[in-house]
Design a protein around this ligand. Sequence first.
Ligand code: SF4
Ligand code: SF4
Length: 135
Amino acid sequence: MKRQTAISRERARRSFEERLVVAKRSRTVEDAKFRARQAQGKLRRFVQIQFHKQEVVEALSLRRGDCNRCGACCEILFKCPFLKKNDDDTTTCGIYEDRPGQCRLFPIERRDLEEVRGSCSYYFIEKPVKLEKAS
Ligand code: SF4
Ligand code: SF4
């Protein structure tokens, strides 16, 4: 009887460890995907701001809300060395007046919000549908 209990316990322990390994692996995969999305986003915004200014203006016309100064966009891929955390949980940019365009304009479009895991207080409205001219 005792032996049976020990075997069951050992099985339960193994199954728990196996589930732990699977969970860890899937978390690592999710993290890798998230970081890849952040890297793509950084590059996309850089290209948009440098070469597609009109597209940026149009995209920003759909943006609403204000910045809550959470600083999440300053930690995309890595923590910016100019980011300062305040006691009240807000953040300050150490080079605010001279910060790059990518910082000034974040988020440019809705998909950018996915890179900050819901911390951003901006949101986007749908593009208004153009009405056909009445004949
Ligand atoms: S330069 Fe300023 S705004 Fe840009 S990521 Fe760094 S701390 Fe944030
Ligand atoms: S993630 Fe959004 S709300 Fe937070 S600091 Fe950046 S722009 Fe502001």
